[in-house]
Design a protein. Structure first.
Ligand SMILES: Nc1ncnc2c1ncn2[C@@H]1O[C@H](COP(=O)(O)OP(=O)(O)OP(=O)(O)O)[C@@H](O)[C@H]1O
Ligand SMILES: Nc1ncnc2c1ncn2[C@@H]1O[C@H](COP(=O)(O)OP(=O)(O)OP(=O)(O)O)[C@@H](O)[C@H]1O
Ligand SMILES: [Mg+2]
Ligand SMILES: [Mg+2]
Lengths: 419, 322, 273, 333, 273
């Protein structure tokens, strides 16, 4: 007796094949999307990893009395000293144009560094010493292998002469690469090799503080009102619809709101974390309200009944029992909202947070920029050296986002209650 | 403080209303105020947009804005420089926005739907627990990152691919921005559709499987048709967020207000123009600056309508299977 | 403050004595409840006697819980619920406008089907009522109230060494007794119980039933139960509800041995069999 | 506490600068060094375009208004009037050097050689039509329509918007220069100045000239993408992007550093910034910043600004401007 | 393709004829089902006869549905479910490796507790099975199959004018008959029904019960029911399950009038009373 239910007997091979294809195409879609994610983050991280190293060049500088007056160490022209040292290394560079190129091997900050060095090592005054000075972005890129020397000279920015100089320095052991601390301690700069993320990071932090301080209490208050007190009627429905819609308003529209109302109408200071935070707070508000309502709803009604049953008023019930139980969920929602706010760029462009700001902001009213805006600005900068800085800044931003989301997950795990 | 002794005197209401504390009233007022902020923000948005938009339409006729096909929002700033007359036809921006959003949805719809179907119907709970958060990470990555990646990697890739195939593609093609945006909204489509597919009652699946349909046939012929309204809602929401997306297009789509439907050409979008118009000069009486608010209003209205429709559809769908 | 409350305590007990020990403490007159369009209770008239346990029995959905929740106005919480008729407690119609539900609920305590201790310490669970009603003014007095209430609820011995552990960490039966202790800590006159044992195992049920019998000395108790055996064991009076009507009401013995109404008889025999 | 009104806020302690995107790189470079080498905070600089910058600058006195605005073209009388009407009477003009305006394209295509007249004919709204005194709307679609020697590609030039100083300078020097080369137009200047201006300063709006916003970096990127297009921007941008872009020879001269400095390259303009005198002494560090900008170290022959593409003034001119700066001598038009 | 399926159709019907008309079509041998750790069925041995209706009865949770779902391997869909033992249909153990559940389910149809028509037109609901199994090759043939199935399910007269309206728009009883029509459209040999009338009103129930009796002519039917009256009305054989065991199995008459096992008797009297 043959098996009447076998695949072959029933002629089902075709249908099973199409089932497999269907299933595989779903899997393929997921793999594609996640693969895109991996490639994107991976390639950015790869590019960005270069920003962690900086190139330095060793020069023999003459701090003798004709250059540095021991009685006025700060008054010396360290720029000239550095340039002289370079000239001394390459005595055959004569023309003005070539000399400019030669000086261009070092960062404009090299003179400042030397000055710093001298004030740290007063003994060196009057001597001839070897110091490591920061290379310029172009030299740095070349040293990191970012210049394709097989191209014709006119096709690249780093000329043959420069290549030869740097090669010579390298051959003499006068170049090396070291950890780039500057990237984490400096503010923005015109020079890629000097640019750092500290000012924008602090700007982001200040902005988020404002954002949290405004949106969290407000969002929680609104959620408590809507979930615990508002009667189900037209008005509460209107609130509901409104909040849901607000959650989907494009972020740039919030920027327009901030510009028209906070800056032009109220005259708050441009480019300040205060205004940035307020704009982001309005944007985050619906997220927090929605999350808070969900976590209030998750508090079992039996808790409310228990409290009301022994004569607690609704406000007491809410604030003594319900809200504390919902708090972790609300916080989780707030963190997720903050994470979104941290990555938000567009509305900040509208309110002047795009200025060149090198200093670390010290208060909520100082001019500041934010990390994603800094990324945007650097992405637009013409110098190639900014490419790796941009990528590195993106990685830092992503790390913070991951940290915040982890925090949310931990919070959720820790306080997850089985009622 | 309640007067306890009095409530036991016969004939007196033992449960008399205490004058409820001012504190309680204050708390209620604060709570209501918090809830009202959401409304206030909406009103604020609408007012600030409408106010400036009206001023804009005093200078530029509304018909020119809505139906004009030339966008060149430049007006001279000093009497001495003879500037261009300025053209405020929003049609190229709107088509540009739609073109990019369309490309995005062309990418996001199959990817998102296929992912959602796989996750909801076929994936083991282990796969699901890994793949779902990973997919959602796509939505968590700031758009400035997508913009950077689109401008730096996708656009040159498309351009080079085109060049090797022998035709010219703009380095700021609508395609590059659209692809990045499409990937970004995949999780939006997939997680909403996932919800929707999950809310199709199991009894329908049982019915189909019980008749000897394969799982794929069940999904294709029963589950998906039943989920169509909800999926449509999720696609609308995704479209609305694509239309409102800013940074990707600012960084990858460019400024050229070309009236074209060719995805290989550069186009500009409403959001790009808002950013460009407002990150430069700030004089609040020139048509150039005011036009940004008109664009903002347009954007707000479009996304609002899309959302309302989408939410209606989705809610209706949910009720249907509750 | 302290004096005041001690004094009032004295006054109260005097006052309680002056009332007829067996007079009705609660009278329901023509109570009707609507959930939206749907009517759940039809003209309920019933008196409850002081220091007695009354059971409400009847098939599922007949309106027992609905009626019970009318007595401390917990139905106010249901937006669509509408109550008509009068519930008079101590000569006061509790549905009249000038009644404060908060004050009312301080006098009419409630114990629910599923034990629902607050996710706080045992001590704080019991102390919560006195705290919000500010009936207690010092830490010492509070300690006394907590201990006393837990003792009355027969839980003291089991928890006295871990008063500051979470109330939710107790067993189901202990939790339910904690809820009872919490309810009696504010000295209500009436305690409403909605199937207080249905989530408990038989042993815990027995403990709670015993407790109910003891509590009757100080409180008036109304209990909803699905178990006729339980009704027979704990209550002096029984009321039988059916499809939103109060069918029969009287001494428990009489209801179970000699029901007057066919519906009651059907119900009782159908179940006991 | 956060002060909610700016007027009540304590005095701003950093200098705020707005204005031209052409001057932006120089200004930020000086600002950055200034921040590092002194104890004053680094000035905050926003790139808003020359016109936009002056608009903000002239809006009033007080710390909510910028202290300095950068300009890639000299301030106009109308702008001075605008300032004056808002109470800003004393403006110090600081010329910082020169910048060539270049017409550049991608290195992927051949370099262009044009005359100023070609430039005018390619970009003007109306061009002379045959006989003297007659004009016609610009008919030239291809470069080769103007002169057969020019490339056979569509005229597509990305240029700055009218709010930009580069645009103003380009119009005044290149366009007007080409325009004047028709003798009858030159004569028109004497007889009907406004007609002359309209003719010489109007740029075509039929798509051949593409206004590309204030962000010159974007133009650079676009040119890389489209090798047949040309872009108009400051020399410093060409200098920074010399690996991908090349400048067109104008009247036979290539835009090279020395040629612009010497004045051989025909399209070069001066760069300025303007200082609100009333803010000097109120906003800390103003004098010091001005001094830093006008130091030899910065704008001198060998100064660091030359690395950024600034073409320095001659020694005498530098000395005289430095004196104006030191004296804070107000501008008089 | 067409030939092929027509041919196999023929083969099948010949094959059916060759079998003893009253021989067992389904044999369960030592069926055990585990949900994770929990065993839901213990060694079930039972034969089902062709063209008979067999009722499965027993208290809630005794495993009736679980057993029913073993017969068309719907339990495969439950991740944690594990089936041991054999279910033999037409001499083939359906749990052997080379059985294709899709083919199996085409032979063993199922009707569920809650009517679950697809949200499609009535026509498409019925045509769904023939379409996926490609048993029908032309529009005309499909029309015939749909009409025929609806007629057999006693629904044709009521819906023939609105075949293209939504199936979900029908009344509950009509929906359930539509589900039956849908199941029989692919000509299964066995139809499993899990409490097919529990969501229906008495009138619709009567119609469906009558239908079941008619269907028996062509199909073998196994029905789970909670109503012993229903079991008595529609079935020739009855099997009584208790706590996962098959307690008793035999002619319906005998089971209800003269049960062999105490448990069966208790159950039957307890309910009928
Ligand atoms: N919140 C509510 N909204 C609408 N209807 C309700 C609500 N609560 C109860 N009902 C309805 O009122 C009727 C009485 O319900 P109630 O809960 O009082 O019954 P019960 O006797 O306590 O039943 P059980 O024994 O199942 O607890 C029921 O028909 C029920 O469906
Ligand atoms: N998916 C499942 N997962 C775990 N346990 C299950 C599952 N389905 C059923 N069970 C358990 O298996 C046992 C038998 O369940 P089954 O549904 O077969 O009972 P039944 O006789 O059909 O009951 P009812 O009359 O209530 O439908 C029950 O104890 C049930 O809890
Ligand atoms: Mg109840
Ligand atoms: Mg069942």
């Amino acid at each position: 007796m043959t098996n009447p239910f076998s695949t072959e007997a029933a002629g089902l091979q075709g249908r099973h094949t199409s089932e497999r294809i269907f299933k595989l195409s779903g899997l393929a879609a997921i793999i594609f999307a996640i693969g895109f994610l991996a490639i994107m983050v991976g390639s950015i991280a790869w590019t960005g990893s270069g920003a962690l190293r900086e190139s330095v060049i060793k020069l023999t500088v003459d701090l003798g009395p004709e250059n540095v007056d021991p009685s006025d160490v700060d008054g010396a022209s360290y720029r000239t000293i550095v340039r002289d040292a370079l000239k001394a290394s390459f005595p055959d560079v004569k023309s003005r144009k070539d000399r400019r190129k030669l000086y261009g091997l070092l960062s404009p900050d090299a003179a400042l560094e030397l000055k710093q060095y001298v004030s740290n090592n007063p003994d060196a005054v009057g001597q001839i010493v070897d110091v490591w000075l920061l290379a310029s972005d172009d030299a740095d890129i070349y040293l990191k292998g970012g210049v394709d020397t097989s191209l014709e000279e006119s096709q690249r920015k780093f000329s043959d002469a420069e290549v030869a100089w740097v090669d010579l320095l390298t051959a003499n052991g006068q170049t090396k690469r070291q950890f780039n601390k500057r990237f984490f301690t400096n503010g923005d700069s015109r020079e890629p090799e000097l640019a750092g993320i500290l000012s924008s990071l602090v700007g982001s932090a200040l902005t988020l503080v404002i954002c949290f301080v405004i949106s969290f209490p407000m969002g929680v208050g609104a959620a408590i009102y809507l979930e615990e007190f508002a009667k189900k009627n037209r008005l509460s429905e209107f609130f509901e619809v409104n909040i849901n819609n607000l959650a989907a308003v494009p972020s740039i529209v919030f920027g327009l709101l901030g510009l028209a109302i906070f800056l032009n109408f109220f005259g708050f200071p441009r480019s300040s974390p205060l205004v940035g935070g307020m704009v982001l707070a309005l944007m985050t508000l619906p997220t927090i309200i929605i999350a808070s309502r969900a976590s209030l709803r998750a508090v079992p009604p039996s808790i409310r009944e228990a409290a009301l049953g022994i004569g607690a008023s609704r406000i007491q019930t809410t604030f003594h029992h319900v809200a504390p139980l919902a708090l972790p969920g609300m916080l989780t929602g707030a963190i997720v909202g903050m994470a979104r706010a941290l990555g938000e760029t567009a509305p900040l462009l509208m309110i002047g947070m795009v200025a060149f700001i090198a200093d670390v902001p010290k208060g909520f009213l100082d001019s500041a920029t934010a990390l994603p805006v800094q990324i945007f600005l650097w992405a637009d900068a013409p110098q190639r050296g900014f490419l790796e800085k941009t990528s590195a800044a993106i990685i830092v931003l992503l790390l913070f986002l991951v940290l915040m989301n982890l925090l949310a997950v931990v919070l959720r795990r820790k306080f997850e209650r089985r009622f | 403080m309640s007067d306890i002794s009095s409530k036991f005197a016969v004939g007196v209401n033992p449960f008399a209303k205490k004058s409820s504390g001012i504190a309680d009233k204050l708390i209620m007022v604060v709570l209501i105020a918090c809830a009202s902020v959401a409304i206030l923000v909406t009103i604020g948005i609408v007012m600030s947009l409408i106010f400036e938009t009206i001023r804009f339409f005093e200078q530029v006729p509304i018909t020119d804005f809505l139906f004009g096909t030339h966008w060149s929002p430049q007006t001279a700033i000093t009497a001495e420089v003879v500037g261009s007359s300025g053209a405020f036809g929003a049609v190229p921006l709107i088509t540009g926005t739609l073109l990019i959003s369309f490309i995005a949805m062309l990418i996001a719809t199959p990817l998102g739907l296929a992912s959602a179907v796989y996750l909801a119907e076929f994936a083991s709970s282990r796969t699901r627990s890994i793949a779902k958060p990973l997919l959602e990470m796509l939505a968590g990555i700031p758009s400035v990152v997508y913009g950077f990646f689109a401008a730096l990697t996708i656009a040159p890739f498309i351009r080079n691919t085109g060049a090797s195939a022998g035709f010219e593609i703009s380095s700021e093609s609508a395609l590059a921005a659209g692809i990045a945006m499409g990937i970004m909204v995949v999780p939006l489509v997939s997680s909403l559709s996932d919800d929707v597919i999950n809310s199709v009652p199991q009894s329908l699946r049982d019915a189909s499987l019980g008749m000897g349909a394969t799982h794929a046939e069940t999904v294709r012929k029963v589950v998906l048709p039943a989920a169509i309204p909800g999926i449509a809602g999720s696609l609308l929401l995704a479209t609305s967020s694509a239309i409102g997306e800013t940074m990707i297009v600012v960084m990858a789509a460019g400024l050229a207000a070309n009236l074209t439907l060719n995805p290989f050409e550069a186009v500009t979008t409403v959001t790009v123009q808002i950013v460009t118009l407002l990150t430069g000069d700030q004089e609040f009486d020139s048509a150039k600056t005011l036009s940004a608010f008109a664009l903002g209003l347009f954007l707000f209205v479009i996304t609002l309508i899309l959302n309302m429709i989408a939410l209606k559809i989705v809610n209706h769908f949910r009720e249907q299977y509750d | 403050m302290l004096n005041n409350s001690v004094e009032s305590e004295q006054k109260m007990s005097e006052f309680v004595k002056t009332l007829d020990e067996n007079g009705p403490i609660i009278q329901a007159k023509g109570v009707e409840v609507y959930y939206g369009e749907k009517q759940a209770l039809f003209g309920i008239d019933i008196d409850f006697q002081k220091h007695q346990v009354t059971s409400l029995i009847g098939p599922s959905g007949c309106g027992k819980s609905t009626f019970l929740r009318c007595i401390n106005r917990m139905n106010d919480l249901v937006d669509i619920a509408k109550v008509k008729g009068q519930v008079i407690i101590e000569n006061q119609d509790i549905y009249s406008k000038d009644v404060d539900v908060v004050a009312l609920r301080a006098h009419v305590g409630m114990v629910f089907q599923k034990p629902n201790p607050f996710p706080k310490s045992i001590y704080d669970n019991v102390a919560y009522g006195p705290r919000i009603h500010k009936t207690v003014s010092s830490k010492d007095e509070m300690d006394y109230v907590v201990e006393h209430s837990l003792k009355r609820a027969g839980l003291w011995e089991e928890v006295k060494d871990r008063l500051h552990e979470q109330g939710t960490g107790l067993s189901g039966g202990q939790q339910q007794r904690l809820c009872i202790a919490r309810a009696i800590a504010i000295e209500p006159k009436v305690i409403l119980m909605d199937e207080p044992c249905s989530a408990l195992d038989p042993i815990a049920t027995a403990v709670v039933e015993e407790l109910i019998d003891e509590l009757r000395e100080r409180f008036t108790i109304i209990i909803v139960t699905h178990s006729m055996q339980q009704a027979a064991r704990v209550s002096q009076k029984t009321a039988f509800f059916h499809l939103g009507n109060l069918v029969e009401h009287g001494d428990t013995d009489q209801i179970f041995t000699n029901p007057q109404d066919d519906r009651t008889e059907n119900y009782i025999t159908g179940r006991i069999g | 506490a956060i002060a909610m009104s700016t007027s009540a806020a304590s005095a701003r302690d950093e200098i705020r600068i707005v204005g031209s995107s052409t001057v932006f790189p120089f200004s930020t470079t000086v600002a950055e060094r200034f921040g590092k080498e002194t104890d004053f905070p680094t000035p905050v600089i926003e790139s808003t375009g020359t016109g936009g910058g002056l608009k903000l600058f002239c809006a009033g006195i007080g710390e909510e208004h910028p202290d300095i605005t950068n300009a890639s073209a000299r301030i106009k009388q109308s702008q001075v009037d605008d300032c004056a009407s808002n109470g800003i009477k004393d403006i110090v003009e600081v010329k910082i050097g020169y910048d060539g305006i270049v017409i550049a394209n991608s290195r992927d295509s051949a370099p262009l050689e044009v005359t100023l007249q070609d430039v005018f004919l390619a970009l003007a709204k109306d061009v002379p039509a045959g006989e003297d005194g007659k004009t016609q709307p610009n008919p030239y679609m291809m470069w080769s329509d103007i002169r057969p020697e020019l490339p056979k590609t569509k005229i597509e030039v990305l240029g700055p918007p009218p709010t930009s100083g580069t645009r103003a300078a380009f119009v005044e020097i290149a366009m007007e220069g080409g325009c004047k080369s028709f003798s009858w137009i030159k004569d028109l200047k004497g007889s009907d100045k406004s007609a002359y201006k309209t003719l010489c300063h109007s740029i075509r709006e039929d798509g051949a000239f593409i206004e590309a916003g204030e962000n010159d970096n974007l133009i650079v990127q676009k040119l890389q993408a489209a090798p047949t297009q040309f872009g108009i921007f400051g020399f410093s941008f060409l200098d920074q992007n010399s690996d991908v872009l090349q400048g067109a020879l104008v009247d036979g001269v290539a835009p090279e550093f020395e040629d612009i400095a010497s004045g051989d390259y025909p399209v070069s303009r001066s760069l300025f910034f303007y200082v609100k005198k009333d803010h000097v002494g109120v906003i800390p560090g103003m004098e010091e910043f001005l001094a830093a900008f006008s130091s030899e170290d910065a704008w001198g022959e060998e100064g660091y600004l030359t690395d950024k593409g600034l073409i320095p003034m001659g020694d005498e001119e530098r000395a005289s401007v430095a004196k104006t700066v030191a004296d804070l001598a107000p501008l008089s038009m």
